[in-house]
Ligand binder design. Structure first.
Ligand SMILES: Cc1ncc(COP(=O)(O)O)c(C=O)c1O
Length: 358
């Protein structure tokens, strides 16, 4: 039986998917063109370079980081599996509610999970630093892996760099993996990529899938300075983890279209911030609780309707949101709503209004 739960698996008849957390601007024309070129050249009939030398270099140049510390990935999802399966930690420390795959993969491998709950304030979640300090003492003599999503899925809360430095220090004997799948879509968020050189125990995970809206191509990378860990992960990675088509497209896109891509990321952040404000305000006017978010989605809590009932009702309008009850510590009334473009967002709010969803 398949036990994973993710957004983006839209039931028949759904035309407006608010369950997938991704850049709502969609993929750039430059990416479409490169995919077409790759197909025309039948790139897929060749093995990709298993060392991904060119791809590593282009990722490094685009993000201003060191090529020899980059591990290219088949989406950020692969980095989570690699870290958990290949580092074989004695325990996985997670801050929840968060992305379910952390827990799912540890459970599948029989790795004990230590869950630290985020602190829920009136309208936002906050990293529980005191809880983290207590747990860090308890795992001091273990080989633990600390995994944190920033900004966090599904709460949308962002933990500042000073807090991440503090985590790296208190968990000095553990590996600390910071999953920044959504950071490029977060306005005024600082990336932890800069921490890697000063903190040997820190690794950063990034998703180009989310940023450039190509979930079907799948691409991401890990960035870390610890040579021993780097070698373990590199040796454990599947040799051809990124298909030749994706490798071709991104090696070219990140160099030839670098300035266009940078502008796209900037525009995306601005649009997402505006649309998130629109959705937040509109939901609050409907009496629905909304948590403050820095991500391309918001977490809401309905008053009278469970998210399952909300989705049943929204089907009439061809709309689906993510029932967030599967996330640890959340309730049947929580839902994660992806930020889309204005016309779609207005349709969602209108549907809520007509259906009287509270
Ligand atoms: C926190 C987090 N990390 C990683 C991923 C996977 O990203 P990718 O599609 O790049 O594999 C997701 C997908 O939703 C996510 O929410």
């Amino acid at each position: 039986m398949i036990t994973r739960v993710h957004g983006g698996k839209t039931p028949p008849g759904i035309t407006l998917d608010f369950s997938t957390p991704i850049n709502p601007l969609g993929a750039l024309e430059a990416i479409h063109k490169l995919v077409e070129e790759a197909v025309r050249l039948r790139i897929y009939t060749k093995y990709p370079d298993y060392e991904y030398q060119e791809l590593r270099q282009t990722i490094a140049s685009f993000y201003g980081i060191d090529k020899d510390r980059v591990i290219p990935l088949n989406g950020a999802a692969e980095g989570i599996s690699l870290a958990i399966a290949c580092l074989k930690p004695d325990a996985l420390v997670v801050f929840e509610p968060t992305f379910g795959d952390y827990r799912q993969e540890a459970q599948a491998l029989g790795i004990p999970i230590i869950s630290i709950s985020y602190i829920e304030r009136v309208d936002e979640y906050e990293l529980n630093i005191y809880g983290a300090e207590e747990i860090s003492k308890a795992v001091r003599n273990l080989k633990a892996l600390v995994l944190l999503s920033n900004p966090n899925n599904p709460t949308g809360c962002y933990s500042e760099l000073r807090l991440l430095k503090h985590l790296a220090e208190i968990f000095e004997n553990s590996a600390v993996l910071i999953d920044e799948a959504f950071i490029e879509l977060c306005n005024e968020c600082e990336s932890a990529l800069s921490l890697v050189k000063d903190y040997e125990n820190v690794a950063v995970l990034r998703s180009l899938t989310k940023t450039f809206s190509v979930p079907g191509l799948r691409i991401g990378f890990l960035y870390l300075d610890n040579k021993k860990v780097y070698e373990v992960l590199e040796a454990c990675r599947q040799p051809w983890n990124i298909n030749s088509l994706t490798s071709f497209v991104f090696s070219r896109a990140l160099t030839e279209y670098a300035s266009e891509l940078r502008k796209f990321v900037e525009d995306s952040r601005r649009v997402i911030a505006e649309e998130r404000s629109f959705l937040t305000k509109s939901f609050r006017e409907l009496g629905i609780e909304v948590y403050r978010s820095r991500a391309p989605f918001i977490l809401v809590r309905h008053k009278r309707f469970t998210s399952r009932q909300v989705n049943e009702a929204l089907t009439r309008f061809g709309i689906v949101v993510r029932d967030a009850s599967t996330f640890t510590y959340l309730t049947p009334y929580h839902a994660r709503v992806s930020v889309r473009l204005r016309e779609d967002n207005q349709r969602l709010i209108e549907a809520y209004r007509v259906l009287g969803i509270e």
